[in-house]
Design a binder for this molecule. Sequence first.
Ligand code: FAD
Length: 316
Amino acid sequence: MPTLVFVESAEGKIKKTSLEAVAYAHALGASVTAIALGAVDTAELESLGKYGAQKVLHVADSKFNQGVIQAYASVLTQALADEKADILVLADSSLGTPVAARVAARTGSSLASNVVSLPDTSAGFVVKRSIYTGKAFANVALNNAKKVISLKKNAAEAKEVGSTASVTPYTVSVPDTDFAVKILSSEKATGEVLLPEANIVVSGGRGMKGPEHWGMLEDLAKVLHAATGCSKPVSDMGWRPHHEHVGQTGVKVAPQLYVAVGISGAIQHLAGVNSSKYIVVINKDAEAPFFKAADYGIVGDAFEVIPKLTEALKAA
Ligand code: FAD
């Protein structure tokens, strides 16, 4: 029985978190069928084969260019039945998480979100979930035959294991009532790299003293091809836009590298960054709590360290 993987895209490109979902499904051992909705480059769809998909279903209808949760859930429910798949894997995201819940409710599936491990099948089907904003883990048994697994970012490595996959057009009729919400327009926030998707994030806190000093962080971000983020007070004071606010009450990020500049490391900020692979902290106070969560730290004045770091990276 194949495992179905819902893959998300942005501007025609498959998201990295969805490549991780395909790799995770491949590691489950069964054959993998991926499904994408809306406008996606064909070469991108074919390339899913590299990560373990044998087959790719593409719902090309432009009605699905926008991520309308209810309509997506209808398509995935139908695809699970058509493919005779018992497991749906998808990435935890603002789209994936609500879609997962709806599909699980419609199909009577066991649902686990924020999953960070492959299942232990020695006593049923037990997966590890990240809980309490990454501070603890829970082992949960998925007891129903049908299962929906949404995967935490960076929980699986998108390793190349195959070559290209064949892409099959897939049509499914979805009632108009599923399109109850329509996005009339959308625009990119700021910067070139989107914060939730970024591999590298350069984030600034109150230690940056004011919005006029952000150019320095933007220069560093540009050299690193990084997105910019900030702490909550920084966005509350209007130094930076709210969508850059990282933490418990803001965006949760899971980049390969998180660079925190002039941020003290309050628990509410850490809740949004503790899934990062590496954390670098730059702070003039050696006692700043963030250093305890850091892989690397620089004790120093950001106004001296950042320009030097940027120049060194440019020269590298
Ligand atoms: P500060 O705590 O003031 O730290 C500034 C740091 O900059 C200090 O460590 C200082 O040593 C350093 N510094 C100063 N000058 C320099 C210099 N020249 N060079 C280098 N370092 C320098 N916060 C979030 O960020 N995200 C959240 O989602 C969030 N949610 C919250 C939810 C609740 C319910 C509550 C109560 C709080 C929340 N907070 C959140 C706020 C959080 O508790 C902290 O107050 C906040 O994170 C502190 O921001 P900061 O580190 O930028 O500022």
